[in-house]
Design a protein around this ligand. Structure first.
Ligand code: NAI
Length: 251
């Protein structure tokens, strides 16, 4: 696939689901991967399976995020790739949504993304090289579902963030891009959006949910040296889910 030999990567939310798929894809391409996650048990397991490292991270804790980046640089001397993927997707309708519900999803998905991207960009800039790939979603920019209003708002905000960030760092050899997964079969999805997880396949032209590996492949592409002239962009990886003009068009 892509050759990431000698590249050093951090994957947030790498202990499970899509993050695990990203960590595995980057490791398969030769990168040294640091799995950074709240989930210590799952994170250590993934790290061990790809001969990488695990660091405990709560992306809502600014100091913790800076410390994770600094520890990686202390050990490896650099940070080439950041996959900012940690996120939650609580299912809460507007009628039932509390201020805490709203704040929690924004704190993790949006502010948490910023907290890890900022220190990563600092060390990448010093090295005049970097690849940042954030996990957005088709939700917000292309689709919606009842209960997904706050979540969708965080995911389209991420797309807004990378466009200006990409401009600020373009002359420093750093690219920032996003992946927009459709419905990907993860434990998180099964737990949080059980109905969507079961019923979605029939509305997807490829008639199946995506695998974490499918997102990992897209991240490895953006993370490659060869993707050097692509920045501020996003790639939908959804088996054609967002293509139909009406459900009747899905054959
Ligand atoms: P998941 O629930 O399986 O995994 C999420 C990981 O993030 C877990 O390992 C969890 O411990 C970690 N995490 C949660 N809060 C954290 C925090 N505060 N600090 C550090 N780590 C934290 O979820 P999944 O399905 O793998 O989703 C991953 C990302 O992909 C999310 O950003 C989600 O919004 C996005 N996404 C997922 C889709 C899907 O269909 N599964 C579709 C579109 C986007």
């Amino acid at each position: 696939m892509f050759d990431l030999t000698d590249q050093v990567a951090i994957v947030t939310g790498g202990a499970n689901g899509i993050g695990q798929g990203i960590a595995e894809a980057l490791a398969k391409a030769g990168a040294k991967v640091v799995v950074a996650d709240l989930d210590e048990e799952g994170g250590k397991k993934v790290a061990e399976s790809i001969s990488g490292d695990f660091l405990k991270l709560d992306v809502t804790d600014k100091e913790n995020a800076e410390a994770v980046v600094n520890k990686v640089v202390e050990k490896y001397g650099k940070l080439d790739i950041l996959a900012a993927n940690a996120g939650i997707y609580p299912n809460v309708t507007i009628e039932d949504m509390t201020e805490d519900d709203w704040d929690k999803v924004f704190d993790i998905n949006l502010k948490g993304m910023f907290f890890i991207v900022q220190p990563a960009l600092k060390v990448m800039k010093a090295n005049n090289y970097g690849r940042v790939v954030v996990t957005s979603s088709v939700t917000g920019s292309n689709t919606g579902y009842p209960g997904g209003a706050a979540y969708g708002a965080t995911k389209i905000a991420i797309l807004g963030f990378i466009k200006s960030a990409a401009m600020e760092y373009a002359k420093h050899g750093i690219t920032l891009n996003a992946v927009q997964p459709g419905v990907i079969a993860t434990e998180g999805l099964k737990k949080q959006l059980a109905g969507l997880s079961e019923g979605a396949a029939q509305y997807i032209p490829m008639k199946k949910l995506g695998d974490p590996e499918d997102i990992g492949t897209a991240v490895a592409f953006f993370a490659s040296k060869e993707a050097k002239y692509i920045t501020g962009q996003s790639l939908i990886v959804d088996g054609g889910q967002t293509l139909p003009e009406s459900p009747g068009d899905v054959l």
